[in-house]
Design a protein around this ligand. Structure first.
Ligand SMILES: Cc1cc2nc3c(=O)[nH]c(=O)nc-3n(C[C@H](O)[C@H](O)[C@H](O)COP(=O)(O)O)c2cc1C
Length: 185
């Protein structure tokens, strides 16, 4: 196995290597208005119930919509959606209908008011499970209450943001399951 020569890495750039991804699109609905934001800072927090945490900046229009409605949908785009991912991240729902501007289709969710984005291969309906970390950290902790995943996508080319407008694209799966001891992971 290779060993590496390394340099003293600037801490503020840590995200280039530790940002988990995949990039998701968060859709929301509040008082009849729908919106979408691009998001990279999130993590799974528990298996069952499935808990998911994410950071939402309070300056985003989505912040108030999501905080008030206590619901959202986490939609997962692939490289095929990269133009929409950037356009959604570059604009605010205060002045733009992002579904219309990006040619995306809103579909009715089954457990929440926020819409599913049909052009994303997976959609997870979420209800706010814990709001105790929002004021201090902008950290929303969600319970995933319903999932929709495309039947025919095996190795989704998800987008993983590394900063400065660049994305890494996932794809190839390395299957080590026969040698793997913790079968539940
Ligand atoms: C690749 C990428 C990742 C982003 N990740 C986050 C994030 O994790 N949290 C956040 O609050 N904003 C994030 N943003 C910024 C929001 O997507 C952006 O501010 C968006 O315009 C908010 O839309 P809104 O005002 O309609 O809510 C990201 C933007 C991009 C392009």
């Amino acid at each position: 196995m290779q060993r590496y020569d390394k340099f003293d890495f600037p801490l503020a750039e840590t995200r280039q290597h530790l940002e988990t991804g995949p990039i998701v699109l968060v859709s929301s609905c509040w008082q009849g208005e729908t919106n979408i934001m691009t998001m990279g800072w999130h993590m799974m927090m528990q298996f069952s119930p499935a808990l998911f945490g994410c950071y939402i900046w309070e300056g985003n229009h989505s912040y108030e919509m999501i905080r008030r409605s206590r619901e959202c949908v986490i939609n997962i785009p692939t490289a095929a959606n990269v133009d929409a991912v950037v356009a959604i991240g570059n604009s605010s729902g205060r002045s733009v209908d992002k579904f219309k501007a990006c040619g995306l289709t809103a579909a009715r969710a089954s457990r929440v008011q926020a819409p599913l984005i049909e052009e994303c291969y997976a959609n997870f309906e979420c209800r706010l499970a814990d709001d105790s970390q929002i004021d201090a950290y902008g950290l929303f902790i969600w319970e995933v209450v319903k999932g929709h995943v495309a039947t025919d996508v095996r190795e989704p080319a998800t987008l993983h943001y590394i900063g400065q407008g660049r994305f890494r694209v996932a794809g190839r799966v390395i299957d080590m399951s026969e040698l793997f001891k913790p079968q539940n992971l």
